[in-house]
Design a protein around this ligand. Structure first.
Ligand code: THU
Length: 134
């Protein structure tokens, strides 16, 4: 699993990003951090829109930041959301594009001192869709 120092760094990154979340409609602020193949950490926050369906989740924002920096593999994911909410279904599928089923996903509550809940991506999204060219 992850060493404590990396986990704390991911927690800090997610929490810093969460403070920048743009959530004027729901008031539900989310921050996410991904540990990429290079060992670098990328963060994202949710960005809502007046046309609600255009909202971007924090997890997908973090994945996009990592991919735009040239990363193609995710080693761990951490989400900071009220009540330690887990990623939505769409985000699980996007994470599965770059992370293996055994990739750890840590769920944390903002400013929480409690230990994060740890799951595997494969538990959150069994049978992820994979595209195989016919
Ligand atoms: N949200 C995320 O950022 N990640 C998720 O996995 C679930 C939901 C955001 C979207 C919206 O801005 C707010 O939480 C309420 O749905």
């Amino acid at each position: 699993m992850l060493d404590n120092k990396t986990l704390q760094a991911m927690r800090r990154a997610a929490s810093t990003a969460r403070r920048q979340a743009y959530a004027p409609y729901s008031g539900f602020k989310v921050g996410a951090a991904v540990l990429a193949g290079s060992g670098r950490i990328y963060a994202g926050a949710n960005v809502e829109n007046a046309s609600y369906g255009l909202t971007i989740c924090a997890e997908r924002a973090a994945v996009c930041a990592a991919v735009a920096a040239g990363e193609r593999r995710l080693r761990a994911v951490l989400v900071a959301a009220p009540d330690a909410a887990p990623p939505c279904g769409a985000c699980r599928q996007v994470l599965a594009e770059f992370a293996a089923p055994d990739c750890p996903v840590y769920l944390t509550a903002p400013a929480g001192r409690t230990a994060p809940r740890q799951l595997r991506l494969g538990e959150l999204l069994p049978l992820a869709f994979k595209f195989h060219k016919p």
